[in-house]
Design a protein around this ligand. Structure first.
Ligand SMILES: CC(C)(COP(=O)(O)OP(=O)(O)OC[C@H]1O[C@@H](n2cnc3c(N)ncnc32)[C@H](O)[C@@H]1OP(=O)(O)O)[C@@H](O)C(=O)NCCC(=O)NCCS
Length: 184
């Protein structure tokens, strides 16, 4: 499926390219970026993840888009929409997610990219609800959810995290499509 790039004032959201590989391997190996995941990712794991993400974008026309700064052309991480990859009471559903390199935190890039993805999901994919979730300890990620207007639905135990692990409890947020749609 053809994917049309998404532009925001400062960012370009696009399919991944080879120049993204090394910076993504580096951010996935950063223990601060990966604090709320069970482990950092090896080079091979990051390359495999890029392969899965790229294939999803090719197949569906959406996925975790590579995020590029327009002013520097730098790859700074990913933000996008994907099908939540596990079974729970709220799945199947479209999830919005983000992961940025530490040098690009605190500048509103994740929020800017996420707002554009919500609009893309509602306007172009005709999705009715978009969900997001993260460890109950991941305040930075939860703040992005709040900044983009999502509402807290509750908490759940992530089925892919080991029982008893402190990262198992997750917050769940949701946002619904605006009720008034533009006439064609
Ligand atoms: C989650 C994550 C993307 C949030 O990054 P972030 O930089 O805090 O979020 P934003 O890019 O939206 O930036 C918001 C901050 O930029 C500030 N900011 C500066 N300039 C801004 C601007 N022009 N516009 C908006 N906000 C701006 C905001 O005030 C806010 O600051 P605060 O954190 O002090 O409140 C980042 O921490 C990350 O990649 N974490 C690791 C991966 C992860 O945990 N992902 C989620 C797993 S489910």
């Amino acid at each position: 499926m053809a994917f049309i790039e998404i532009q925001t004032p400062r960012l370009l959201l696009r399919q991944w390219q080879e120049s993204d590989y090394e910076p993504f391997i580096a951010l996935n190996a950063d223990p601060v970026v990966m604090e709320y995941f069970e482990s950092v990712r090896t080079r091979e794991e990051s390359l495999a993840q890029i392969g899965r993400i790229t294939a999803n974008i090719d197949k569906n026309g959406y996925g975790f888009f590579a995020v590029e700064r327009k002013d520097t052309g730098q790859f700074i991480g990913f933000t996008g929409l994907t099908n939540a990859p596990f079974e729970s009471w709220f799945t199947p559903c479209i999830e919005i997610g983000w992961r940025m390199s530490r040098a690009h935190w605190g500048q509103g890039f994740a929020t800017e990219a996420a707002e554009a993805c919500l609009q893309f999901g509602f306007d172009k994919l005709d999705v009715q609800h978009i969900y997001s979730f993260t460890s109950i300890h991941n305040n930075r990620s939860e703040h992005v959810m709040l900044r983009i207007g999502m509402q807290r639905v509750g908490e759940f135990d992530h089925p892919n995290v080991k029982n008893g692990h402190y990262l198992k409890p997750h917050v769940l947020y949701r946002i619904s499509a605006p009720t008034t749609k533009k006439q064609p």
